[in-house]
Write a protein that binds this ligand. Structure first.
Ligand SMILES: Nc1ncnc2c1ncn2[C@@H]1O[C@H](COP(=O)(O)OP(=O)(O)OP(=O)(O)O)[C@@H](O)[C@H]1O
Ligand code: SF4
Ligand SMILES: [Mg+2]
Length: 332
């Protein structure tokens, strides 16, 4: 059985779907990547799983963690799940930290919120945890306030808080995007080591295909609030089936691509992600896809078992001569 099973997840804002019929599962200890251009619905999906959607957004469908349906839990029970069973690491560490509290106290408090341990025991745990996230002098460094730490150090404190109670699942939404390039790799390696050490599953959200493919065993690709493809990382990188995934790979330098995009960042694909409520009917990728035909006016079904794709005319092999969105000129 999967640890987390997301099915038919739909999130509306004033009747307009922001995320539609999203489905994926994560097994215990698995690392799953969620990728897609800005506005594709990655963060909203993560917030819906955590029960932290902003006001005005409503989730339907099903999010089952360890056999428990989270979407119907009361806020009280959900907040018990958050932190102890699922933890989240956000892009900007300052949003997760209290600027007026010493960082060590914030870790200690996180331990005490979810476990019945005394302050002294929680503090001892905090002092053991800090070296695991790279602080060599925990007694001194735990007394600092967030503004007295670098961005990378702050994110390592957030990671310490996230792992403090050994959650079964960590959702990390662009955890390194706000950091200096030189510390991105360190923080990512740390996150990967920690989830592996304690056997937690990881849902890693990123724009960065290189990051996701280096850390995750499977990748889910989102576009227009929908899952358009999902497969194991090697399969997705070598045999993408959805034209959108193909476009990401072709134009992303360093992963079989040859575009002008800086390594590791999602490329510029012709056209842009439509605004909320402006997605075409039928297939959401219509208008940007060179394989489009009349049939695409109807929404494509999702097909496959291990390798899922939502497209009427998926690519059949990496050398498919009609491969979409390469340098243009590909007819349907
Ligand atoms: N609070 C909100 N109210 C209304 N619409 C929202 C809200 N937050 C996000 N949206 C809309 O939901 C859609 C998906 O947003 P989301 O933040 O999930 O995208 P994303 O894939 O995480 O993008 P990015 O890579 O830029 O973080 C966007 O069209 C966005 O405008
Ligand atoms: S071929 Fe059609 S269904 Fe497939 S991605 Fe392109 S527009 Fe969508
Ligand atoms: Mg986001």
């Amino acid at each position: 059985m999967s640890l987390l099973e997301v099915s038919q997840l739909t999130v509306d804002v004033q009747g307009i779907p922001v995320v539609s019929d999203v489905r994926f599962a994560i097994s215990a200890g698995e690392r799953l990547g969620l990728i897609g251009e800005s506005g594709s619905g990655k963060t909203i999906t993560a917030l819906a799983i955590m029960g932290l959607l902003p006001e005005g957004l409503r989730a339907r469908g099903s999010v089952v963690l360890d056999g428990t349906e989270l979407l119907s839990l009361s806020e009280r029970r959900l907040s018990a799940v958050r932190g102890s069973r699922i933890a989240m690491v956000f892009q900007e560490p300052m949003t997760a930290l209290d600027p007026l509290m010493r960082v060590g106290t914030q870790i200690t408090d996180a331990i005490r919120i979810h476990e019945r341990v005394g302050r002294r025991a929680a503090r001892d745990r905090m002092l053991q945890l800090m070296p695991r996230v790279g602080f060599s002098n925990p007694r001194e460094q735990s007394r600092r306030f967030p503004h007295q730490l670098s961005g990378g150090q702050r994110q390592r404190i957030v990671i310490a808080i996230a792992i403090a109670c050994g959650p079964a699942l960590i959702l990390a939404d662009e955890p390194t995007t706000a950091l200096d390039v030189t510390v991105q790799a360190q923080v990512l390696a740390l996150l990967q080591d920690l989830v592996q050490d304690q056997g937690s599953a990881l849902l890693l959200i990123s724009h960065d295909l290189a990051v996701v493919s280096s850390v995750c065993q499977r990748i889910v690709v989102m576009y227009g609030g929908r899952v358009v493809e999902s497969a194991s990382t090697p399969e997705l990188l070598t045999r993408p089936r959805h034209p959108y995934t193909q476009a990401l790979l072709h134009t992303s330098r360093g992963i079989g691509g040859n575009g002008d995009t800086p390594a590791g960042h999602l490329p510029t694909i012709p056209g842009s992600v439509p605004e909320l409520g402006r997605f075409p009917s039928g297939c959401v990728f219509r208008g940007r896809c060179d394989r489009e035909q009349d049939r695409c006016l109807e929404a494509p079904p999702t097909t496959g078992s291990d390798h899922l794709v939502a497209c009427w005319f998926p690519l059949t092999s990496p050398s498919d001569p009609t491969a979409a969105v390469t340098t243009g000129g590909v007819g349907a």
